[in-house]
Design a binder for this molecule. Structure first.
Ligand code: SF4
Length: 381
């Protein structure tokens, strides 16, 4: 069977080339052709020996999943839907800014974590993406954009693993994919510019710290366990104290001296001033005070199946002010690509709902989010 060379980091490609009787430097040349020049046709790789090109043409190929659709927002955001077979599709989103170009990519078709506020979570889990399918999103987007913009230099400066799926539940495929992104012979991205976002898979956070410590974002969304377990069911397995302990350990390896906490603002659920104060107290009780993390508040993008609403802007502002008054660096995420449903939590793709999770979640829609008395008082004020 032919191998898709997008599945290999540089070490893997060297092993593959060794199997063809080739020296490691040939793998480096080949890797550069693929990732730096976007070349998929071996006959165009003119500095490779003809004998190697012939061997490659019978044993390998370079191919991204087919693009089912491409949508461009008025703000320059572009969303691609990739066909990963058997009725599954995943999305990648390019977000241009004046000082950077960020690509948000997917790691799984669907997701098993099932966060209440996440469109992907409502689809259930279909399967893990391969390393090649993760890398292909970057490979395709980078070289498409260069061509589109008539640019020969790098367009994508940052990658965030915040698309569909929980990256740390697809660890074996994730690590080689990250290495391709970081490799000087690949995309040459710095560790600070590659972010893995996790809902809190504690043991894998510890492994990531050792194997490939890139920037870390953690989906927090609640200041206490009871509420967090309802919003992010993985919290039942890895409660806040364990999650924050893992964050503290990660800091010793992190390329930045902080961890980002993502907090989706849900109207009347997690957005009171008291909850902001509670959040500051919880975070402040770990590591050294409050300067080891940043809080990123995400305005929720409502979708009918969630049964949830977005907090009003003034409530988001009040929440942010309360966090900042407690010494926490806080940002409010600017929503991008809203006209093409490219904003965070809207990546829906077209994944078959094999686990009937939609049905299970819709049965839960009447669940009341129980809050502590002080929180209820805050919500009313
Ligand atoms: S927020 Fe992330 S971890 Fe949670 S269901 Fe969505 S994709 Fe999965």
């Amino acid at each position: 069977m032919k191998a898709n060379l997008l599945d290999f980091d540089i070490e893997g490609l060297a092993a593959f080339c060794a199997g063809l009787g080739e020296k490691p430097f040939r793998a480096t040349q080949l890797f550069r052709w693929i990732h730096q020049r976007g070349e998929a046709n071996f006959s165009e790789m003119t500095d490779l020996a003809k004998s190697l090109r012939d061997k490659l043409s019978v044993s390998a190929f370079v191919k991204a999943p087919a693009v089912l659709s491409q949508q461009a927002s008025v703000d320059g955001t572009i969303k691609w839907l990739f066909d990963v077979g058997a009725g599954d599709a995943v999305e990648a989103v390019f977000i241009p800014e004046t000082d950077r170009g960020t690509l948000c990519i997917s790691s799984q078709a669907g997701c098993a974590v099932g966060c209440r506020f996440c469109s992907t979570g409502h689809q259930g889990f279909s399967r893990n993406l391969s390393t090649g399918e993760i890398v292909a999103q970057l490979w395709f987007a980078e070289h498409f954009l260069r061509k589109h913009l008539g640019q020969s230099t790098r367009v994508i400066s940052n990658v965030v693993m915040m698309g569909m799926g929980e990256p740390l539940q697809n660890y074996a495929a994730l690590i080689p994919a990250l290495r391709v992104m970081l490799s000087d012979h690949g995309y040459g991205l710095s560790r600070r510019r590659v972010t893995v976002s996790t809902s809190g898979v504690v043991p894998m956070m510890d492994r990531l710290a050792v194997d490939c410590p890139v920037a870390l974002a953690v989906s927090l969304h609640a200041p206490e366990d009871h509420l967090r377990s309802q919003l992010v069911p993985l919290n039942l397995k890895y409660p806040l104290v364990e999650l924050l302990g893992a964050c503290e350990r990660y800091l010793a390896h992190a390329p930045r001296d902080f961890i980002t906490f993502e907090y989706c603002m849900l109207d009347g659920v997690n957005d009171s001033v008291e909850q902001a104060q509670q959040l500051a107290a919880v975070v402040g009780s770990h590591a050294s005070g409050t300067d080891w993390c940043k809080i990123n508040l995400i305005p929720f993008n409502p979708f009918p199946a969630s049964g949830l609403l977005c907090s009003a802007p003034e409530r988001v502002q009040a929440f942010a002010r309360a966090l900042m008054a407690s010494g926490l660096t806080t940002t409010i995420r600017k929503t991008r690509g809203q006209d093409i449903d490219a904003a965070c939590g809207q990546l829906a793709g077209d994944v078959m709902d094999r686990t009937r999770v939609q049905e299970r979640m819709s049965n839960q829609r009447t669940v009341q989010f129980v809050r502590a008395p002080s929180t209820l008082a805050g919500a009313a004020s």
